[in-house]
Design a protein around this ligand. Sequence first.
Ligand code: BTN
Length: 274
Amino acid sequence: MDEGILRIFNSKNFDSLHTQIIGRKIYKYDTVTSTNDVAFRHALEGEKEGLVFWARSQTKGRGRLGRSWISHKDKGVYFSIILRPQIAVKDAPKFTLMAGVGIAKALGKFTGLESLIKWPNDIFIKDKKIGGILTEIEADINMIRFIVIGIGLNTNLKAGELPVKEATSLKILLGKDTSNESLLGVCLKELDNYYLEFKKYGFRGIIEEARSLSSLWGRQVKIETLPFDKHSKSNPKGTIEGVALDFDEDGALVIRQHNGFRKHIFAGDVRLLR
Ligand code: BTN
């Protein structure tokens, strides 16, 4: 099952990580289909939370809404984490926000550049997408059994190698190659901090941080809304426009529509209009 495995690290022999939960074991692969698939398989077999699955390349890397995630060898950091929080299915989107905060902080520290979250799952630097988060869950009726958080960051892609013109890479921003291992270490540290914070205090402080790291406030947005889960009628599929105002305490995006009404959006795909 674990073909292509290169090495197994623990949090002490990986770049002096010393994290408590996330990164207690890191499986490094050469090539996999998708690190989310590998993490999911391990989680179904009962692996503990905090394990990380990191690959040098992916043949079927995927993003949200069925999009693909281009994953050339060593041109990006591609990894997935298993978490087993005791939470209801409806709270799962908050983990995408938590990962967004951790990754935006990590990239800010690593590059010295302002790194922002474009709700719900994109990470932007200088108004271009540098990374994305794909959260997938396994659940028993209403409670989560486990979550897999997959993260892809563009590191060593040259301008001509970018998948779309709205994307960027650290190579373009910094003018040099990045050590994927060092960046992964910084990301795991931040993610571990925020996961520990969630375990102790819940999401309140994390949502507060997400507010201060959002790229959307005051901007006119068009959102393809998605049913947030199959039991929810509050966010049927459709399109909605307005000015992005805030996150509510559930991590939903609050917008003001043209008619002045406020709407809370739980899941969607955001396009900036201006
Ligand atoms: C998005 O922007 O839509 C999310 C992209 C997530 C990509 C990462 S790369 C590691 C993990 N494995 C995958 O197949 N996808 C995620």
